[in-house]
Design a protein around this ligand. Structure first.
Ligand code: ARG
Length: 586
């Protein structure tokens, strides 16, 4: 694979060797390079070094500069301020670097993979069986999918786990109802997502009504829970019908979300059922969990609730039943021992962060998590309505995820229709889906995950500002220029001097790989959206200042087309990592 060393890495390396040549004891010191407004890069690392060596920082900086050879890479290096280095790289170095990225035909833009990738098991998109998906399920799916795309790009092996809520006492009521009213759920292969959910809703409401009004039914439902937990065959078959019907529905929503979900990665709470007694036994034997009033629990000094009473994690209830914590602890054992995870990532609402804190600490005490295997809860904030309160319908109900997606697509259709008058209705609908779903994803991803954000469709599908539509238009405009160029093909010409706007665009294009690696390492998709937004902005100012098809010489036309094309490819790749489409025409 044709991997390309980024300009910033090259500069960094050469600076590091100049530092070592100046002061051998400085070997390994970080030059602290960053992009700068004054020059291309600024290095601030000499200050700390001078302090350590009790040297004058400006003099030390001048010595370092003397050890740098200017040439293709360094056009200019100057000492500034208290001892910073301002670095300008050569135009040729920029164009050659970009040309090497352009030549990489793997779609990776020359970005190398991590040398020692790990295995991340990522727990995301976890709806509950027999229940409708609502706005609360949006972020886990969208953030999880984007993190996965970015991690995959770095070379990390990722395994998805959709920890769906498919187990628990609530199934007693549902199964008992279905047992008494056979045929209320149609066979899964005969329904579409909408029918599946409406069947499930009907059964849920009817069984709930019986459960609340009929004491005898309630008792039969309770016995059904016991039958389910003891693995009674007939009970399990009925339970399976609920799971299958729900999956038809889940798949239809994920399809609307333009997200691929693999069946083998849907591994819900029930999958850990058989392992839970063993989890309890191990924790008790190790003394991590203790018996308290008949239940098996884990205590934490630092976690306290009302009246300063310690809040324990309940592994097993006094009646012998297992719950949410036991399934998560058993899932950890499975993910570590069987899937060989080095990182466990949970994309789950921040409101569950206490649960995960306790589960992770328990697993650490048990030795299932340690320095080599770590766990993180990417706890995300709430989606708010225009009023700044958790997003509800006008009637005060939770917003169905499908309704929200449908509305976004509808709103996008208006925008698309307005802009592109020569599109057929079918083309409009296709673009509308890509624009509308992209807008919802982008708005979600461009907010730091731990913050809440307002669900504002008008803003999301706006053509101006930090939106996916803006990026999609930038992409489509570039594609149209490339089509207009006809026979003239993009080609790099490193001998040409670059305009300021070309340099700025070029340096930013070079930073794509570093940005993805940082964003992936920090689980921060918003760093990638910010990068892409800036890329589109830099492209816009390049396009304003530098004529492309009407440039002065044929070489310049080709070189600018090449910059356009590399920008388009970078936008496309970056958006794809986030799960957002880039239509060819808009
Ligand atoms: N199904 C759960 C819910 O809707 C989320 C599951 C999160 N994952 C986990 N491993 N506990 O709240």
């Amino acid at each position: 694979m044709a991997s390309v060393t980024s300009l910033s890495d090259s500069v960094q390396q050469q600076l590091a060797s100049a530092l070592t040549a100046t002061r051998p004891e400085a070997a390994g010191a970080d030059p602290l390079l960053r992009r700068s407004d004054r020059a291309d890069y600024q290095a601030n690392g000499i200050l700390a070094l001078a302090k350590k060596a009790k040297a004058n920082p400006r003099e030390l900086a001048a010595e370092v500069v003397a050890h740098i050879t200017t040439g293709d890479l360094f056009k200019e290096v100057e000492v500034s301020g208290p001892g910073f280095l301002n670095i300008t790289v050569g135009d040729r170095a920029i164009t050659e670097n970009l040309a090497a990225r352009y030549a990489d035909d793997t779609g990776r833009l020359g970005v190398p993979q991590a040398q020692h990738p790990g295995t991340t098991v990522i727990d995301y998109a976890q709806p509950n069986v027999a229940k409708e998906m609502h706005v609360g399920h949006l972020r886990s799916a969208v953030i999880g999918d984007a993190l996965r795309g970015m991690l995959d790009f770095t070379g990390e092996k990722t395994i998805g786990r959709h920890h769906i809520g498919d187990w628990g006492t609530q199934f007693g009521m549902l199964i008992q109802y279905l047992f008494e009213h056979p045929g209320e759920l149609a066979p899964a292969e005969e329904v579409d997502g909408e029918q599946a959910m409406s069947n499930l809703n009907r059964v849920y409401k009817a069984s709930r009504a019986l459960f609340d009004s009929d004491e005898e039914f309630k008792e039969r439902a309770r016995r059904r829970v016991v039958a389910l937990q003891s693995g009674d065959k007939e009970t399990l078959e009925l339970w399976q019908q609920f799971v299958d019907e729900s999956k038809v529905y889940f798949y239809s929503v994920f399809e609307k979300l333009d997200m691929e979900i693999r069946d083998e990665e849907i591994v819900g709470e029930s999958a850990y059922n058989d392992g839970m007694p063993e989890t309890a036994r191990l924790l008790e034997e190790m003394g991590v969990a203790v018996r308290s009033e008949g239940a098996l629990v884990v205590f934490f000094d630092e976690i306290r609730g009302k009246d300063d009473q310690p809040v324990p994690l309940i592994v097993q209830k006094a009646d012998g039943g297992f719950g949410y914590a036991a399934s998560d602890l058993t899932a950890i054992r499975n993910r570590v021992s069987d899937l060989h995870a080095t990182t466990l990532l949970y994309v789950v609402d921040v409101r569950q962060s206490l649960h995960f804190k306790m589960v992770f600490e328990t697993a650490r005490r048990a030795g299932w998590l340690n320095d080599d295997v770590t766990a993180h809860n990417m706890g995300y904030g709430t989606v708010l309505g225009a009023d700044g309160k958790p997003f509800k319908t006008r009637e005060g109900e939770t917003v169905r995820l499908e309704d929200l997606l449908d509305e976004a697509v509808q709103r996008a259709a208006e925008v698309v229709r307005e802009k592109a008058r020569d599109l057929t209705e079918e083309e409009i609908q296709e673009r509308a889906a890509q624009v509308g779903i992209g807008a919802v994803k982008y708005a979600d991803l461009s907010t730091s995950p731990n913050r809440d954000y307002k669900f504002d469709l008008d803003q999301m599908v706006s053509l101006n500002g930090d939106t996916s539509v803006y990026l999609q238009y930038a992409y489509a405009r570039i594609r149209s220029i490339l089509r207009k160029a006809g026979e003239v093909r993009p080609a790099a010409h490193p001998e040409l001097d670059l305009h300021e706007a070309e340099r700025a665009l070029g340096l930013h294009l070079d930073a794509f790989g570093d940005t993805v690696f940082d964003a992936a390492a920090e689980y921060a998709p918003h760093k990638l959206t910010a990068y892409l937004y800036q890329l589109a902005s830099l492209y816009t100012s390049f396009y304003d200042k530098c004529p492309v098809l009407k440039a002065d010489t044929p070489q310049q036309v080709e070189n600018r087309l090449f910059l356009c094309d590399l920008t388009a490819r970078t936008l496309h790749r970056g958006m794809a990592l986030l799960g957002i489409r880039t239509p060819e025409r808009l």
